[in-house]
Design a protein around this ligand. Structure first.
Ligand SMILES: [Zn+2]
Length: 432
């Protein structure tokens, strides 16, 4: 549909500006304080009710929280960088993200839409050829970069809210718009879901930009091939000793962890389908002449089915335990996040397809896009499906200058308008 009540050119400009601001001040999972305050400020301007802070979270399900010092540092940074410190104070402890509800004037279903708002642990390139550098919106935060396009997702969510606010009189039912924190690492969705906030959703939609879909104007109405994934940390506890005087008194945690790394990478692959394992960080050691007493690995496993992921996870944990035993070290395994896969519901996919074909800027609609990664929205979608709700995860195509999570990742910002119009059209047209 066309949105003639709105100056779409003007709206797209605003959304791009909003996205560039988020790009300049990226915040990683559970530290999206300033980001959330910006979103709330915009939603308030539309007169929409906003829920945020402790009321949208379940503390026992907030997985993969940063270390307390890091959390505090990000909190202080956000207070200094935001013009809404009173909002940020209510998110202290990592209670980031927000949820709004757009009530339609006509009776109808509850439609959930989720966008994610966190950045990656990547330092953005300083190369002048990189558009954010050229245009002055390169990340100001060290080791933080929107390298997966969640800044655009957030702008798409805001655009959806702006469009729908102008069409409340013809909106059937209501739209619950979720700005989810901590998508990276599959950490944030469980906390929102455990509050029960999705129990009334009849439909639920998510979307990602880019991925393997490199044509602007191509939209996928559904995705397949979500990799089930588990994230955990392995912490090896040994004993320190003088490396020259008495190395025999030490228990070398670094050696245990090193053994674990190499052997996890050697886990045989499963005959039933694809799997992945990555050990992303390795921290250990205090000094050249000290036997390392501590080592910490951040690990993730993935599988094309939950069973294959479980096989990888179990094997990885066995390797960690055996490696710890080999060097007489203790081992703690700390769960940090997970997501299964989902299957999009055919009824909603075919309706979404019809609607997307009529969206301005969309010239090709496909189905069953091979997602090829984990998606935290699956946790929400599983909950929606468990009470009979229908779901689909869409993809908005755009050319990629560099791959996702790369320090040169960049957007074709026109995808923001396409995304906002797509979500808004679906919300307005899904019911006949
Ligand atoms: Zn992403």
């Amino acid at each position: 549909m066309t949105f003639d009540r709105i100056d779409m050119n003007e709206l797209e400009k605003e959304l791009i500006e909003f996205r560039r601001d988020l790009h300049t001040y990226p915040e990683s999972g559970w530290t999206e304080f300033r980001t959330t305050a910006k979103i709330i400020t915009e939603l308030e301007k539309l007169g929409l009710p906003v829920r945020f802070g402790r009321e949208i979270h379940s503390p026992e399900s907030m997985y993969g929280m940063p270390k307390p010092e890091a959390l505090e540092e990000c909190y202080e940074r956000a207070l200094a960088e935001s013009d809404r410190p009173e909002l940020i104070e209510k998110m202290k402890g990592g209670y980031t993200g927000c949820v709004t509800m757009i009530e339609g004037a006509l009776p109808g279903p509850t439609i959930g839409i989720r966008v994610d708002i966190d950045c990656n642990d990547v330092s953005e390139t300083e190369d002048f050829g990189h558009k954010p550098v050229m245009n002055g919106f390169r990340s100001k935060h060290k080791n933080c970069m929107h390298a997966c396009g969640h800044d655009a997702h957030t702008a798409i969510g805001l655009g959806t809210a702006k469009i729908l606010s102008a069409y409340k009189d013809v909106l059937k039912g209501r739209v619950m718009l979720v700005f989810q924190p901590a998508e990276e690492g599959l950490r944030g969705a469980a906390s929102l879901t455990a509050t029960g906030m999705f129990k009334d959703c009849d439909y639920f939609f998510g979307a990602h930009i880019g991925l393997k879909s490199t044509h602007l104007g191509m939209v996928a109405a559904s995705s397949t091939g979500f990799l089930a994934s588990t994230k955990f940390d392995a912490v090896f506890h040994g004993a320190s000793a003088h490396a020259g005087l008495a190395p025999n008194l030490g228990k070398n945690a670094m050696a245990a962890a090193s053994t674990a790394v190499l052997n996890m990478l050697a886990i045989p692959r499963h005959q039933d389908g694809s799997s992945r394992i990555n050990i992303g960080t390795f921290r250990s050691g205090t000094g050249r002449n000290v036997v390392p007493e501590y080592a910490e690995l951040t690990i993730e496993t993935r599988g094309i089915t939950s069973e294959i992921n479980e096989y990888m996870e179990k094997s990885a944990k066995r390797v960690c335990q055996a490696s710890a035993d080999m060097y007489e070290c203790g081992l703690d395994i700390n769960f940090m996040g997970s997501a299964g896969g989902i299957v999009c519901d055919p009824e909603v996919v075919s309706r979404a397809r019809e609607i997307l074909e009529g969206v301005d800027g969309v010239d090709e609609v496909i189905e069953d896009f091979d997602f090829g990664a984990g998606e935290d929205v699956c946790t929400i979608m599983k909950a929606v499906q468990s009470h009979g709700g229908k779901v689909t995860e869409m993809v908005f195509g755009m050319p990629l200058i560099a791959p996702h999570h790369n320090n040169r990742f960049d957007l074709d910002e026109r995808v923001i308008g396409i995304g906002a119009r797509s979500f808004a059209s679906i919300a307005l047209e899904i019911e006949g």
